[in-house]
Design a protein around this ligand. Structure first.
Ligand SMILES: [Zn+2]
Length: 223
């Protein structure tokens, strides 16, 4: 807690003055760029690695950046809070994009690979079953096989969660109408680099300046 409290005092004194206008505007409403689904891991820092500002990202975080699938009537099979956030993002905020961002050295992925024990954690055990599909690496993806298995599973999981998202009628319908795009990303902690799954090359590719330009051009074309 010490770092958290010292950080708040520092923000109030040094950083807040520069943000007063931004926050005053944001108090009137939000129009985030996307819904960002990330792991709870403390090393995954979307606001830092995406240089994003307050108001840019609507965020869901949980162990393993998992989207529990929808069941009958579009109700979540395991987490109403998450499905509620999804509904709010799509119906109220009308976000045009959803990013599911996995990451390297993810404890949740190590657990589903059997490298970490989940003894005494029945809720976590039950939650992680929604990521078990990722253990079968999809054959259409060209993975970097130099990566350890849990990191390959983390990439497969980001893709698998897009399918879980599509199990919700509001997602499938918005995507079908061209109002929503789904993206699977991966944050490499050691390299502090973000990769995006590229459907054309069927690989995860680092989002460097050139690749970001290509991705933006593609978004504009599809608008
Ligand atoms: Zn994680």
């Amino acid at each position: 807690m010490k770092r958290l409290l010292a950080g708040i005092a520092h923000f109030r004194k040094k950083i807040r003055p520069g943000y007063r206008e931004t926050f005053a505007k944001l108090a009137l409403g939000q129009k985030p760029d996307c819904l960002f689904v990330a792991c709870s891991d403390s090393r995954v820092v979307p606001n830092l690695f995406a240089s994003s500002d307050p108001g840019d990202l609507f965020v869901i975080r949980n162990p393993g950046n998992i989207v529990a699938p929808g069941g009958p009537g579009g109700k979540s099979q395991a987490d109403e809070s998450e499905a509620g956030a999804l509904e709010f993002a799509l119906l109220r905020l009308e976000v045009p994009d959803i990013v599911v961002c996995g990451h390297s050295e993810c404890g949740a992925m190590r657990a589903i690979c059997g490298d970490l024990s989940l003894e005494g954690a029945p809720n976590l055990q039950s939650w992680l079953r929604h990521a078990e599909n990722a253990l079968r690496l999809p054959p259409h993806v060209e993975f970097d096989t130099r990566l350890p298995r849990h990191n390959l599973v983390a990439q497969a999981n980001a893709l698998a969660q897009l399918e879980n998202l599509r199990s919700y009628p509001i997602v499938a319908e918005s995507e079908r109408r061209g109002r929503l795009r789904l993206h699977a990303w991966y944050f490499d902690i050691a390299m502090a680099e973000v990769q995006a799954f590229d459907a054309e090359s069927r690989r995860f590719m680092v989002i460097d300046e050139a690749h970001a330009r290509r991705m933006i051009a593609r978004l504009v074309r599809r608008k």
